[in-house]
Design a binder for this molecule. Sequence first.
Ligand code: SAM
Length: 263
Amino acid sequence: MTERYTHGHDDAVLRSHGWRTAENSARYLLDVLEPGASVLDVGCGVGTITADLARAVGGGHVLGLDRSAEVVARAASTHRAANLRFDVGDVYDLDHPDGAFDVVHAHQVLQHLGDPVRALTELRRVCRPGGIVAVRDADFSAMSWWPAVPGLQEWREVYLQVARANGGEPDAGRHLLGWAERAGLEQLRWSASTWCFTSEEDRGWWSRTWADRITATDLADQAIELGVADRELLERCGDAWTSWASHPEGCFVVPHGEVIGRP
Ligand SMILES: C[S@@+](CC[C@H](N)C(=O)[O-])C[C@H]1O[C@@H](n2cnc3c(N)ncnc32)[C@H](O)[C@@H]1O
Protein backbone atom coordinates (compact mmCIF):
# COMPACT_ATOMS: atom_id res chain seq x y z
CA MET A 1 0.00 0.00 0.00
CA THR A 2 1.57 3.31 -1.06
CA GLU A 3 -0.02 6.31 0.52
CA ARG A 4 0.94 9.93 0.83
CA TYR A 5 -1.04 12.82 2.33
CA THR A 6 -1.90 14.98 -0.69
CA HIS A 7 -2.33 18.35 1.03
CA GLY A 8 0.70 18.50 3.31
CA HIS A 9 0.59 20.97 6.20
CA ASP A 10 1.51 24.26 4.57
CA ASP A 11 -0.06 27.38 6.00
CA ALA A 12 -2.60 27.72 3.14
CA VAL A 13 -3.89 24.23 3.94
CA LEU A 14 -4.10 24.74 7.69
CA ARG A 15 -5.82 28.14 7.25
CA SER A 16 -8.53 26.44 5.25
CA HIS A 17 -8.90 23.56 7.74
CA GLY A 18 -9.12 26.10 10.59
CA TRP A 19 -12.37 27.47 9.12
CA ARG A 20 -14.13 24.18 9.88
CA THR A 21 -16.50 23.87 12.80
CA ALA A 22 -18.66 21.04 14.09
CA GLU A 23 -21.65 23.09 12.93
CA ASN A 24 -20.49 23.40 9.28
CA SER A 25 -18.74 20.01 9.05
CA ALA A 26 -20.26 17.57 11.55
CA ARG A 27 -23.92 18.59 11.89
CA TYR A 28 -24.99 14.98 11.24
CA LEU A 29 -22.97 13.92 14.30
CA LEU A 30 -24.08 16.80 16.57
CA ASP A 31 -27.66 15.63 15.96
CA VAL A 32 -26.94 12.32 17.74
CA LEU A 33 -24.07 13.25 20.08
CA GLU A 34 -24.95 12.93 23.75
CA PRO A 35 -23.53 15.02 26.62
CA GLY A 36 -21.09 12.99 28.67
CA ALA A 37 -19.87 10.92 25.70
CA SER A 38 -16.23 9.95 25.23
CA VAL A 39 -15.12 10.85 21.71
CA LEU A 40 -12.10 9.97 19.58
CA ASP A 41 -11.50 12.31 16.62
CA VAL A 42 -9.01 10.65 14.28
CA GLY A 43 -7.09 12.74 11.72
CA CYS A 44 -8.12 15.79 13.73
CA GLY A 45 -5.75 18.20 11.97
CA VAL A 46 -5.71 21.67 13.57
CA GLY A 47 -8.54 20.57 15.85
CA THR A 48 -11.28 23.16 15.37
CA ILE A 49 -13.95 20.47 14.95
CA THR A 50 -12.43 18.47 17.81
CA ALA A 51 -12.66 21.48 20.15
CA ASP A 52 -16.31 22.02 19.18
CA LEU A 53 -17.04 18.36 19.93
CA ALA A 54 -15.48 18.81 23.39
CA ARG A 55 -17.88 21.72 24.02
CA ALA A 56 -20.79 19.61 22.77
CA VAL A 57 -20.17 16.67 25.11
CA GLY A 58 -19.86 18.84 28.23
CA GLY A 59 -18.87 16.47 31.03
CA GLY A 60 -17.59 13.91 28.52
CA HIS A 61 -14.10 13.99 27.05
CA VAL A 62 -12.53 14.20 23.61
CA LEU A 63 -9.21 12.97 22.27
CA GLY A 64 -7.96 14.31 18.93
CA LEU A 65 -5.39 12.14 17.15
CA ASP A 66 -3.35 12.87 14.05
CA ARG A 67 -0.38 11.21 12.37
CA SER A 68 1.34 14.60 12.03
CA ALA A 69 3.13 15.72 15.22
CA GLU A 70 3.26 19.23 13.73
CA VAL A 71 -0.54 19.67 13.53
CA VAL A 72 -1.04 17.94 16.89
CA ALA A 73 1.27 20.52 18.51
CA ARG A 74 -0.60 23.34 16.79
CA ALA A 75 -4.01 21.98 17.84
CA ALA A 76 -2.89 21.47 21.44
CA SER A 77 -1.52 25.01 21.74
CA THR A 78 -4.64 26.58 20.18
CA HIS A 79 -7.45 24.68 21.89
CA ARG A 80 -7.34 24.21 25.62
CA ALA A 81 -10.12 22.69 27.71
CA ALA A 82 -10.23 20.38 30.71
CA ASN A 83 -12.00 17.66 28.69
CA LEU A 84 -9.86 17.95 25.53
CA ARG A 85 -6.55 16.29 24.65
CA PHE A 86 -4.51 15.87 21.48
CA ASP A 87 -1.98 13.18 20.65
CA VAL A 88 -0.11 11.64 17.76
CA GLY A 89 -1.64 8.45 16.39
CA ASP A 90 -2.23 6.41 13.25
CA VAL A 91 -5.75 5.47 12.18
CA TYR A 92 -4.55 2.02 11.08
CA ASP A 93 -3.08 1.17 14.46
CA LEU A 94 -4.81 2.91 17.35
CA ASP A 95 -3.22 2.57 20.75
CA HIS A 96 -6.52 1.95 22.57
CA PRO A 97 -8.36 -1.14 23.79
CA ASP A 98 -11.46 -2.51 22.08
CA GLY A 99 -14.61 -0.50 22.79
CA ALA A 100 -12.71 2.37 24.47
CA PHE A 101 -14.90 5.22 23.13
CA ASP A 102 -18.63 5.98 22.83
CA VAL A 103 -18.07 7.88 19.58
CA VAL A 104 -15.32 7.63 16.96
CA HIS A 105 -15.17 10.36 14.33
CA ALA A 106 -13.05 11.07 11.24
CA HIS A 107 -13.59 14.08 8.99
CA GLN A 108 -11.93 14.29 5.54
CA VAL A 109 -9.50 11.51 6.41
CA LEU A 110 -10.65 8.33 4.63
CA GLN A 111 -10.29 9.99 1.20
CA HIS A 112 -6.51 10.17 1.77
CA LEU A 113 -6.06 6.52 2.71
CA GLY A 114 -4.98 3.59 0.57
CA ASP A 115 -7.10 1.17 2.61
CA PRO A 116 -10.15 3.00 4.01
CA VAL A 117 -11.89 -0.26 4.91
CA ARG A 118 -8.97 -1.31 7.13
CA ALA A 119 -9.05 2.15 8.76
CA LEU A 120 -12.82 1.89 9.35
CA THR A 121 -12.35 -1.58 10.81
CA GLU A 122 -9.88 -0.09 13.32
CA LEU A 123 -12.32 2.77 14.10
CA ARG A 124 -15.03 0.16 14.70
CA ARG A 125 -12.73 -1.82 17.02
CA VAL A 126 -12.15 1.09 19.42
CA CYS A 127 -15.85 2.06 19.50
CA ARG A 128 -18.01 0.40 22.16
CA PRO A 129 -20.80 -1.95 21.02
CA GLY A 130 -23.82 0.20 20.16
CA GLY A 131 -21.66 3.36 20.01
CA ILE A 132 -21.26 5.61 16.99
CA VAL A 133 -18.70 5.62 14.20
CA ALA A 134 -19.15 8.81 12.16
CA VAL A 135 -17.21 9.63 8.99
CA ARG A 136 -17.60 12.43 6.44
CA ASP A 137 -15.70 13.01 3.22
CA ALA A 138 -15.93 15.30 0.22
CA ASP A 139 -16.66 14.14 -3.31
CA PHE A 140 -14.42 16.07 -5.70
CA SER A 141 -16.05 14.90 -8.95
CA ALA A 142 -19.43 16.07 -7.69
CA MET A 143 -18.22 19.61 -6.85
CA SER A 144 -19.90 22.25 -8.98
CA TRP A 145 -19.44 25.95 -9.53
CA TRP A 146 -20.42 28.97 -11.57
CA PRO A 147 -19.23 30.63 -13.72
CA ALA A 148 -17.69 27.80 -15.76
CA VAL A 149 -14.12 29.10 -15.68
CA PRO A 150 -12.24 26.51 -17.83
CA GLY A 151 -9.14 26.51 -15.60
CA LEU A 152 -11.21 25.14 -12.72
CA GLN A 153 -11.91 21.96 -14.71
CA GLU A 154 -8.14 21.68 -15.15
CA TRP A 155 -7.65 22.29 -11.41
CA ARG A 156 -10.04 19.45 -10.58
CA GLU A 157 -8.34 17.11 -13.07
CA VAL A 158 -4.92 17.84 -11.55
CA TYR A 159 -6.26 17.29 -8.03
CA LEU A 160 -7.98 13.98 -8.91
CA GLN A 161 -4.84 12.64 -10.55
CA VAL A 162 -2.51 13.62 -7.70
CA ALA A 163 -4.85 12.31 -4.98
CA ARG A 164 -5.22 8.95 -6.77
CA ALA A 165 -1.48 8.69 -7.47
CA ASN A 166 -1.05 9.14 -3.69
CA GLY A 167 -3.27 6.11 -3.06
CA GLY A 168 -6.39 8.05 -2.05
CA GLU A 169 -9.94 8.29 -3.39
CA PRO A 170 -10.99 11.94 -3.86
CA ASP A 171 -14.60 10.92 -4.58
CA ALA A 172 -14.73 9.22 -1.16
CA GLY A 173 -18.12 10.73 -0.23
CA ARG A 174 -19.97 8.35 -2.56
CA HIS A 175 -17.96 5.32 -1.36
CA LEU A 176 -18.50 5.69 2.39
CA LEU A 177 -21.56 3.48 2.65
CA GLY A 178 -19.86 0.56 0.86
CA TRP A 179 -16.66 0.97 2.85
CA ALA A 180 -18.57 1.07 6.15
CA GLU A 181 -20.51 -2.04 5.20
CA ARG A 182 -17.29 -3.91 4.35
CA ALA A 183 -15.79 -2.81 7.67
CA GLY A 184 -18.62 -4.61 9.47
CA LEU A 185 -20.47 -1.54 10.75
CA GLU A 186 -24.21 -1.93 11.24
CA GLN A 187 -27.38 0.21 11.25
CA LEU A 188 -25.76 2.41 8.61
CA ARG A 189 -27.20 5.83 7.88
CA TRP A 190 -25.82 7.67 4.86
CA SER A 191 -26.57 11.34 4.35
CA ALA A 192 -25.09 14.19 2.36
CA SER A 193 -24.37 17.82 3.15
CA THR A 194 -22.54 20.65 1.48
CA TRP A 195 -20.28 23.60 1.97
CA CYS A 196 -21.43 26.54 -0.20
CA PHE A 197 -19.28 29.57 -0.98
CA THR A 198 -20.95 32.53 -2.60
CA SER A 199 -20.59 35.76 -0.61
CA GLU A 200 -17.72 38.02 -1.67
CA GLU A 201 -15.88 37.24 1.55
CA ASP A 202 -16.32 33.46 1.21
CA ARG A 203 -15.33 33.51 -2.47
CA GLY A 204 -12.25 35.50 -1.49
CA TRP A 205 -10.84 33.15 1.15
CA TRP A 206 -11.92 29.91 -0.54
CA SER A 207 -10.32 30.92 -3.85
CA ARG A 208 -7.14 32.23 -2.17
CA THR A 209 -6.60 28.99 -0.28
CA TRP A 210 -6.96 26.93 -3.47
CA ALA A 211 -4.93 29.35 -5.61
CA ASP A 212 -2.13 29.03 -3.04
CA ARG A 213 -2.53 25.28 -2.67
CA ILE A 214 -2.38 24.54 -6.39
CA THR A 215 0.63 26.79 -7.04
CA ALA A 216 2.77 26.78 -3.91
CA THR A 217 2.22 23.85 -1.53
CA ASP A 218 2.93 20.10 -1.37
CA LEU A 219 0.07 19.56 -3.83
CA ALA A 220 1.86 21.68 -6.48
CA ASP A 221 5.21 19.96 -5.86
CA GLN A 222 3.57 16.54 -6.13
CA ALA A 223 1.73 17.45 -9.36
CA ILE A 224 5.04 18.40 -10.97
CA GLU A 225 6.93 15.46 -9.49
CA LEU A 226 4.27 13.02 -10.77
CA GLY A 227 4.24 14.60 -14.25
CA VAL A 228 0.54 15.48 -13.86
CA ALA A 229 1.13 19.20 -14.50
CA ASP A 230 3.84 21.68 -15.38
CA ARG A 231 4.34 25.08 -13.78
CA GLU A 232 2.38 26.82 -16.55
CA LEU A 233 -0.72 24.65 -15.99
CA LEU A 234 -0.58 25.17 -12.22
CA GLU A 235 -0.37 28.96 -12.68
CA ARG A 236 -3.39 28.75 -15.03
CA CYS A 237 -5.33 26.87 -12.33
CA GLY A 238 -4.37 29.48 -9.73
CA ASP A 239 -5.47 32.32 -12.06
CA ALA A 240 -8.77 30.49 -12.68
CA TRP A 241 -9.49 30.57 -8.92
CA THR A 242 -8.82 34.32 -8.83
CA SER A 243 -11.01 34.88 -11.88
CA TRP A 244 -13.87 32.79 -10.40
CA ALA A 245 -13.75 34.76 -7.13
CA SER A 246 -14.01 38.11 -8.92
CA HIS A 247 -17.35 37.17 -10.49
CA PRO A 248 -20.24 38.72 -8.52
CA GLU A 249 -22.47 35.70 -9.26
CA GLY A 250 -19.76 33.21 -8.33
CA CYS A 251 -20.83 30.18 -6.32
CA PHE A 252 -19.10 26.92 -5.40
CA VAL A 253 -20.66 23.79 -3.88
CA VAL A 254 -18.66 21.08 -2.10
CA PRO A 255 -20.82 17.98 -1.59
CA HIS A 256 -19.95 15.49 1.13
CA GLY A 257 -21.11 12.00 1.94
CA GLU A 258 -21.42 11.13 5.64
CA VAL A 259 -22.12 7.86 7.40
CA ILE A 260 -23.13 6.93 10.89
CA GLY A 261 -22.66 3.27 11.73
CA ARG A 262 -22.59 1.12 14.84
CA PRO A 263 -20.24 -1.71 15.83
C1 SAM B 1 -7.88 16.91 5.37
S1 SAM B 1 -7.17 16.82 6.97
C2 SAM B 1 -8.63 16.84 8.00
C3 SAM B 1 -8.37 17.43 9.35
C4 SAM B 1 -9.62 17.58 10.24
N1 SAM B 1 -10.29 16.33 10.46
C5 SAM B 1 -10.54 18.61 9.65
O1 SAM B 1 -11.49 18.23 8.97
O2 SAM B 1 -10.26 19.82 9.80
C6 SAM B 1 -6.69 15.10 7.08
C7 SAM B 1 -5.84 14.83 8.32
O3 SAM B 1 -5.65 13.42 8.41
C8 SAM B 1 -4.34 13.19 8.86
N2 SAM B 1 -3.96 11.81 8.50
C9 SAM B 1 -3.64 11.33 7.27
N3 SAM B 1 -3.36 10.02 7.35
C10 SAM B 1 -3.52 9.66 8.65
C11 SAM B 1 -3.36 8.44 9.37
N4 SAM B 1 -2.96 7.31 8.75
N5 SAM B 1 -3.63 8.43 10.70
C12 SAM B 1 -4.01 9.56 11.35
N6 SAM B 1 -4.14 10.76 10.72
C13 SAM B 1 -3.90 10.80 9.39
C14 SAM B 1 -3.50 14.26 8.20
O4 SAM B 1 -2.28 14.48 8.88
C15 SAM B 1 -4.45 15.46 8.25
O5 SAM B 1 -4.24 16.27 9.38
